[in-house]
Design a protein around this ligand. Structure first.
Ligand SMILES: Nc1ncnc2c1ncn2[C@@H]1O[C@H](COP(=O)(O)OP(=O)(O)O)[C@@H](O)[C@H]1O
Ligand SMILES: [Mg+2]
Length: 235
């Protein structure tokens, strides 16, 4: 489904991703963990088409996509939910969701999709006519994910969806991600600093350190790995 080969990405003189290769198979939930500044966001933005790589290939469903503009990639089902993304504050919840469905493939199914995301996040249904600015942080994160779902992803990339949220909300966000992965058979790339929860849920995981992938394995396997335990689980 997704294959990244030898990806090098930087900003100006700075090289951030130093030759990254990895893959996500159809329907896999991949966790990408790593410290602040490791390059996780840069990686997702590059896959989404928001940053052009200097070198390397991004192959999606057998096709090179690394020179396609972001909206083409969204149209192919590649959806990126940025970290700390705030919805449009003075639009209602429902209006924010409708904006997520801008591509034609999704528009046909707008109503069905709305019902589906309201089923996943009943609180958004209750608040559908409220301005987004009135939502709590957790509800805004739910709205950001729900909006991503409105554009019919096949590959959903979530950048630190649990960041800054209260533990109870974190649990419900992780539950929803797990459910999406199961019910819609979405391929998910989950970037998280909350390494334990991400690893518990992931089929496979990669550890990114200063722009390089240093470890790869099944999520449960990495939970037992001494280096991961010391560096990311505080054990
Ligand atoms: N627009 C930018 N211009 C210059 N440097 C950047 C930019 N965005 C991120 N960086 C730098 O790239 C490195 C990796 O950042 P990022 O991909 O956000 O890491 P992570 O998401 O793992 O915390 C950091 O050192 C950061 O300061
Ligand atoms: Mg980041």
């Amino acid at each position: 489904m997704l294959e990244i080969r030898d990806l090098e990405v930087g900003y100006g003189e700075l090289t951030i991703l130093k030759g990254i290769s990895f893959q996500a198979k159809d329907g896999e939930l991949i966790a990408m963990i790593g410290a602040n500044g490791a390059g996780k966001t840069t990686l997702l933005k590059t896959i989404a088409g928001l940053i052009a790589p200097r070198r390397g290939e991004i192959v999606y469903d057998g096709e090179r996509i690394d020179s396609l503009p972001p909206h083409k990639r969204v149209g192919m089902g590649i959806v990126y939910v940025p970290e700390g993304k705030r919805p449009f504050p003075y639009l209602t919840v429902k209006e924010n969701l409708e904006l997520g469905a801008f591509n034609p493939r999704a528009r046909d199914e707008l109503l069905r999709k709305l019902e589906y995301v309201y089923g996943l996040f009943p609180i958004l249904k209750d608040r559908r006519d409220q301005l987004a600015i009135t939502l709590s942080g957790g509800e805004q994160q739910m709205l950001a994910i729900a909006r991503g779902l409105m554009s019919n992803p096949k590959l959903l990339m979530l950048d630190e969806p649990s960041f800054g949220l209260a533990p109870k909300i974190v649990t419900s966000i992780f539950d929803v991600i797990h459910k999406l992965h199961r019910e819609l058979e979405l391929t998910v790339i989950l970037v998280e600093q909350n390494a334990r929860r991400a690893l518990e849920m992931a089929d496979r995981a990669y550890v990114l350190e200063t722009g390089r992938i240093v470890l790869e394995g099944a999520g449960r396997e990495l939970l037992q790995d001494d280096r991961v335990r010391r560096a990311y689980l505080g054990i």
